[in-house]
Design a protein around this ligand. Structure first.
Ligand SMILES: [Zn+2]
Length: 236
């Protein structure tokens, strides 16, 4: 059953990609313009152009995945490659600042800009809880943009508050096993500034901490099975 659900999620994504491809980039983001500026580091102009195209394709897909149907708060989105910037990237309003030195060191990290673009689409009045804002961004990155590329290991010390990939893996599990609308419900609550932990219980019938414990048990079982499979002697 889990496999069928996973398959239907994949088919759903291909459906979205097909819609985006069929309608063309201009119509795919009605009323939204995305520009890229690499003037500080001209050597990264082609990287910036590719990032812009990726964002034009993914803006409507992210909107669909989050189930958002309202007006976009940020309709002029700018990707700016910064010469002097520490870290990886920082998004504020509709502006995504990207560190040139990070891009130079990680030229193939295409998913980074998708994660940042999720923050633009989220446009939450406040980011709290930050673990959920970041978890949703990585959920879209790792379960839709680059599915199966990374495995986030869950240990006894992990927490849903760990943010990023750990939270993303938890959200994906809740979606596939408990409530296929959980992502949209959480996004809608965050937009209104009305997130409460009880939302998890209302959606799934199980309180958040119990849900997490169930996820950890199921995921650790899966990790142990995968490890046993790796270490078992292969048939000649
Ligand atoms: Zn982020």
């Amino acid at each position: 059953m889990r496999r069928i659900l996973a398959l239907s999620l994949t088919v759903g994504l291909f459906g979205l990609l097909w819609i985006a491809a069929a309608t063309g980039a201009d119509e795919a983001v009605p009323g939204v313009s995305i520009t890229a500026d690499a003037s500080e580091v001209p050597g990264l102009a082609s990287w910036a152009e590719a990032a812009q195209k990726r964002c034009e394709l993914w803006h409507p897909l992210i909107t669909r995945i989050l189930g958002y149907e309202g007006e976009h708060k940020h309709r002029e989105i700018k990707i700016v490659v910064k010469k002097e910037m520490k870290g990886i990237a920082a998004t504020s309003g509709g502006t995504i600042n990207v560190s040139a030195s990070y891009v130079e060191r990680h030229p193939n990290d295409d998913g980074m800009i998708v994660h940042e673009l999720v923050h633009v689409v989220q446009a939450y009045p406040r980011p709290e809880p930050v673990w959920l804002t970041e978890g949703l961004a990585d959920y879209i990155r790792y379960w839709h943009y680059e599915p199966g590329q990374r495995n986030f290991r869950i240990t006894g010390r992990s927490s849903y508050r760990d943010s990023y990939g750990t939270t993303a893996r938890f959200l994906a599990w809740v979606q596939v096993t408990k409530d296929e609308k959980i992502i949209q419900k959480l996004d809608a609550a965050m937009r209104k500034g009305e997130y409460r932990r009880e939302l998890f219980q209302e959606a799934t019938g199980t309180p958040l901490d119990e849900l997490w414990a169930e996820f950890v048990a199921a995921t650790q079982r899966k990790q142990a099975e995968a490890a046993a499979e790796r270490s078992s002697p292969k048939e000649p």
